[in-house]
Design a protein around this ligand. Structure first.
Ligand SMILES: NC(=[NH2+])NCCC[C@H](N)C(=O)O
Length: 208
């Protein structure tokens, strides 16, 4: 993989982590119990993402060596799914001006360990994550690719997710004190995510 491929992988992972969904909800709800809860949830979520991403990269590698034809089919299905995700992100409705962002009730006060368990659990059971990594990695796994490359891909995805949700927890903790709220920028980021996903899928067409 060249540096451009690594860069686009990192960009899509970052925007994937930033897009709203069940994982964000779980981190936000746990962060409402305090920074330690949010951080534990974020770190465990990142670890869950790492396990998932590694299994997906290794699995795709096995499929590619066993049946290149099946892999080709998966790669196309993955590209179509990325276009679909991208389109949905671009078309996502903007928040109404002046409307306060939905505030999530905190989960009932519980231990930091239980916050971590929730983070790990949602990474494994969030259906968006499974499809996302299968589609994304099918665009980057190649024949004869070293296992360490796949490990690095999974590590990159896990690290980015972890960092993002740690930032979210910190922003919620400090922002709540200062009364800062996430604004329109999250909508713009989501649209940028959409464009990047479609560009990535288009790369497959280019390679033929
Ligand atoms: N890189 C990823 N797709 N990470 C998983 C998080 C997905 C999404 N942000 C959610 O909250 O559900």
């Amino acid at each position: 993989m060249d540096w451009l491929a690594w860069l686009s992988l990192a960009g899509v992972c970052a925007l994937g982590a930033m897009s709203p969904g069940p994982s964000l909800l779980v981190v936000v709800r746990n962060a409402a119990n305090g920074f330690a809860h949010g951080a534990a949830c974020a770190i465990a979520h990142g670890l869950g993402i790492g396990c998932y991403a590694l299994l997906t990269a290794l699995g795709l590698g096995l499929i590619l060596t066993g049946s290149p034809l099946l892999f080709g089919g998966l790669q196309w299905a993955g590209a179509l799914f990325l276009v679909y995700l991208g389109w949905k992100s671009i078309r996502a409705p903007a928040p109404e001006p002046g409307q306060p962002p939905a505030t999530e009730p905190a989960v009932p006060a519980q231990s930091v360990a239980s916050a971590a368990a929730q983070g790990f659990g949602i990474a494994l059971f969030n259906p968006k994550v499974a499809l996302f990594f299968a589609a994304l990695f099918s665009q980057f796994v190649g024949l004869g690719q070293a296992t360490v490359t796949k490990l690095a891909m999974a590590g990159l995805a896990a690290g980015i997710d972890m960092l993002w949700y740690l930032l979210v927890s910190a922003a919620l903790f400090f922002g709540r004190r200062k009364g800062i709220r996430p604004g329109r920028w999250s909508h713009r980021l989501q649209q940028l995510f959409g464009v990047l996903l479609i560009a990535l899928a288009a790369r497959l067409l280019w390679q033929i």
